[in-house]
Ligand binder design. Structure first.
Ligand code: 4GP
Length: 832
């Protein structure tokens, strides 16, 4: 071997400072093509990312090879969203080379923190569901589970949010603009995916009736692989994202007949399929392109899964023993009909057998009970776009309803609710029902949500299949959300209990006994203050508002949605503002209200609430009579990267959804793990957080899910009466309605006031207002006693161990997937 080549080989693997430095310098020149003097921050980011990538490729291949050699059972996590965020810090930390990398860059005269800042935030998701998928990837790799993520390589991630005159404006998020050093394009991994056309019936070789899908349009799905580094760098799994490519036929054959431009246009249209992420959080678009995206990535993934399986097997009998396919919500639920099609039409498996295999292979997670989010595709659209799948769905439905008929004797309502087709009005395919029926396990994402699934959306299915629904309370990865995002606290924890908590978060419970240790408290506060200073600087950069580092940082960060009730929070802020103005001599606890979150571009009410928060902030922040005791900020463009700055700096975590409406929440977990006290309703995982951190260390208020249900059902709730009887609420609403915050347009907030009064206040903002204000008061009172506050904050951190996504993922692995850890075999890594 050429000596120079050989030396590069060594370099590529070296994890020490000198080796890293040499490969940075080499990569900069030979791959990025820049001279050190001319290199920009972005060039250095690409350089470092490529050099780090070198260091994981061997282990990545070892991992894949081991799975293959052992014919291990794999889990395939199908998700339309992966909200990954940046990868450099994560890769370095999980490989354990952050310090070496920092020093190597120092020697070149660069700062790692600056280099990290040049990485775009990969926002291939909307919110909770997408971020959960990303945490699960980290946990699967860290637990040595043979897990693959499958999704779409959107060219445009979730839109960039800016505020213009206080209104949300959306801009395209071009995260791939300068290339993505983490991904490996696989132009040879291509699968055809069909749309439209028609179904032809014929007789197969033994004279049985069979079907084929003909005259369809074809698109190719091309794979891009991103390595997923587990903690310790031993297991490196794969996230495979599909990109749409036109088939070659588009390019040829049209040159001479003048249709060339048409063909090119068609090619562009075809490739639009993977262009952009739908910016809807928990709402269904009903758009044909969305259905096509769902089918596109699901079909390509299934073809890939079957190809891998067939390398070791000659029939499909043991598919369920070798592959577990998890449907992340109903978005990939069409996969159930697709697997049936592949097995029956393409591989000649008989229907009943194919159905048993399908059901044993799939499982489904539900992430929301909001009725508008339950996907239901118009039958007419399905018939046009996926004609063979529509037939298959009819067939599944007919067989199922036939069997259920006996038990539903006389109860036609029940049968029509169980049906895969909603026959009311415009006929629609209920994807939730399809996902349920085609899966052996169905889970909710918190104890309460799972219970409500049984009682509401899936009540009839639950009666039919009482064993199928199970709970898997969400979790978060402690690597990203504590070890990497909160280095001051992580270092403090490690100094006391060692670093075992990074891999096994249950160990963090050892901190509980430190809650009474005054020195530890002081250090805990110091770490928090450092994080708050960092956030204060970020707030100043982003919004121009100066906030007091020692004020109570009261944080609500999440998608903007009426059920999450940012409105309740801003109304309380107005009430507090009034109290402060009325009582200028009182010594107030200074409060900084921090909001961040995007609204779906078509969700007018949520966008109006954004404008309201910005309008209120403008008035409050400029009012000298509150003496800086209250500041309100709405940070633009909330994403994973912003969350990494916000979570560690929060004192109070707002989890104030109308009870029964938030499936779980995961921001609640990130904040509590970072030592914020929760103010929240008994909703989603808040219920379990309370059980773990203890009643005394959380501020619970408001109606319970049951009370919400009863109140709504009674029809007797009268928000006007509630408003009339609560002077501070009435005053806050009057200020909004008389244009105190919108002098340029006093009627601007009429729709909000309308919804709270004549609209019946569906989200029960007025009903919970008074209780919420009391809980806020309790939080402010407690904050005066910094010792006591810190004690509770420490107990929050110490008691959040159970909410690690490692725990969640191992529950999925043992109770749903039957997938086991596989330690990769690394051939002795020699230096030559
Ligand atoms: C979210 C839920 O709203 C949230 O409560 C949950 O924690 C998260 O999924 C993960 O399970 N749902 C979505 C969605 O993001 O798009 O439906």
């Amino acid at each position: 071997m050429d000596a120079r080549y050989k030396s590069r080989e060594i370099e590529r693997r070296s994890l020490d400072v000198d080796g890293l430095k040499r490969s940075f310098l080499e990569w900069l020149v030979y791959s990025v093509g820049k001279d050190a003097r001319a290199a920009t921050r972005r060039d250095w980011f690409h350089t470092v990312a490529l050099a780090v990538r070198d260091r994981l490729v061997d282990r990545w291949m070892d991992t894949t090879r081991t799975y293959y050699q052992q014919d291990a059972k794999r889990v395939y996590y199908l998700s339309l969203e992966f909200l990954i965020g940046r990868l450099l810090t994560n890769s370095l930390a999980n490989l354990g080379i952050t310090d070496q990398c920092r020093q190597a860059l120092d020697r070149i005269g660069l700062n790692l923190d600056d280099v990290v800042e040049a990485e775009p935030d990969a926002a291939l998701g909307n919110g909770g569901l997408g971020r959960l998928a990303a945490c699960f990837l980290d946990s699967m790799a860290s637990e040595a589970l043979p897990g693959y993520g499958y999704g779409i390589r959107y060219e445009f991630g979730l839109f960039e949010q800016r505020f213009e005159h206080g209104w949300q404006v959306e801009y395209p998020e071009q995260w791939l603009q300068f290339g993505n050093p983490w991904e490996f394009p696989r132009p040879e991994v291509l699968y055809p995916v069909q749309f439209y056309g028609r179904v032809e019936e014929f007789r197969d070789s033994v004279g049985e009736r069979a079907y084929r899908w003909v005259d369809a349009e074809r698109v190719l799905a091309m794979a891009y692989d991103t390595p997923v580094v587990g903690y310790g760098g031993d297991t490196i799994n794969t996230l495979r994202l599909w990109s749409a490519r036109a088939t070659r036929d588009f390019n040829f054959g049209h040159f001479n007949d003048g249709a060339y431009m048409k063909a090119v246009e068609q090619k562009v249209l075809t490739e639009n399929l993977s262009r952009v992420l739908y910016p809807n959080d928990a709402t269904e678009g009903g758009k044909e392109l969305r259905l096509k995206q769902e089918y596109f990535f699901t079909s390509a993934s299934l073809q890939d899964i079957l190809r891998r399986y067939l390398q070791h097997h000659s029939n499909f009998d043991s598919l369920p023993d070798k592959a577990a396919i998890q449907l992340n919500d109903t978005h990939p639920a069409i996969g159930i009909a697709e697997l049936m099609r592949l097995l029956v039409d393409q591989h000649g498996v008989v229907w009943d057998k194919a159905w048993d295999i399908t059901r044993a292979t799939f499982s489904y997670t539900n992430h929301t009970l909001l009725p508008e989010a339950l996907e239901a595709w118009p039958v007419r659209m399905m018939e046009r776009v996926l004609p063979r799948h529509m037939q298959i769905i009819y067939e599944i439905n007919a067989k199922f309803l036939n069997r259920s008929k006996a038990r539903a004797a006389g109860d036609n309502g029940r049968l029509s609710r169980l049906s895969l087709i909603d026959e009311r009005g415009d006929r629609r395919v209920r994807m939730g029902n399809l996902a349920f029926l085609g899966s052996h396990k169905v889970n909710g994402v918190s104890a309460l949500h799972t219970e409500l699934m049984k009682q509401t959306v899936f009540a009839d299915f639950h009666a039919e299949f009482p064993e199928r629904i199970n709970n898997k309370t969400n979790g978060i990865t402690p690597r990203r959300w504590l070890h990497q995002a909160n280095q001051p606290l992580a270092a403090l924890i490690t100094s006391r209990i060692g670093n075992g908590w990074i891999k096994d978060l249950s160990q963090i419970s050892a901190l509980a006994e430190k809650a009474d240790d005054l020195v530890f408290r002081e250090e805990f506060r110091r770490a928090k203050r450092k994080n708050k200073k960092r956030l204060a600087a970020y707030i100043a950069r982003q919004t121009g508002v100066d906030v007091q580092v020692d004020s109570l940082f009261d944080v609500q960060v999440k998608r903007m949605h009426e059920y999450k009730r940012q409105l309740l929070n801003i109304l309380q802020a107005i009430a507090l503002y009034n109290e402060m103005r009325d009582n200028p001599t009182v010594s107030w606890v200074p409060v900084t209200k921090i909001f961040a979150g995007k609204a779906a571009p078509s969700y007018h009410m949520a966008k109006l609430i954004i404008k309201l928060i910005n309008d209120v902030a403008k008035v409050v922040n400029h009012d000298p009579s509150v003496h800086d005791n209250l500041k309100i900020v709405l940070l633009p463009n909330y994403n994973v990267t912003a969350a990494e700055i916000i979570m560690p700096a929060a004192d109070l975590s707002e989890q104030i959804s109308t009870a029964g409406m938030e499936a779980s929440g995961t921001g609640n977990m990130k904040l509590a793990l970072n030592g914020a006290l929760t103010i929240g309703t008994l909703d989603g995982a808040n219920v379990e957080i309370r059980e773990h951190v203890g009643d005394d260390n959380i501020f619970i208020f408001g109606l319970t899910a049951e009370e919400v249900n009863d109140l709504r059902a009674s029809g007797g709730f009268n928000p006007r009466e509630v408003i009339a009887s609560n002077p501070s609420l009435k005053r806050a609403l009057d200020m909004i309605s008389t244009g105190v915050f919108s002098p340029d347009d006093p009627h601007r907030y009429h729709p909000i006031l309308q919804a709270l009064t004549d609209g019946g206040d569906h989200f029960l903002v007025t009903a919970d207002f008074s209780d919420y204000c009391q809980a806020q008061q309790a939080a402010m009172d407690l904050y005066r006693d910094q010792e006591e506050w810190t004690r509770k904050a420490i107990l929050n951190t110490a008691n959040m161990g159970w909410f690690s996504s490692d725990r969640t993922i191992m529950e999925y692995a043992t109770e749903i997937w039957d997938v086991h850890p596989v330690k990769p075999e690394h051939p002795a890594e020699t230096e030559t």
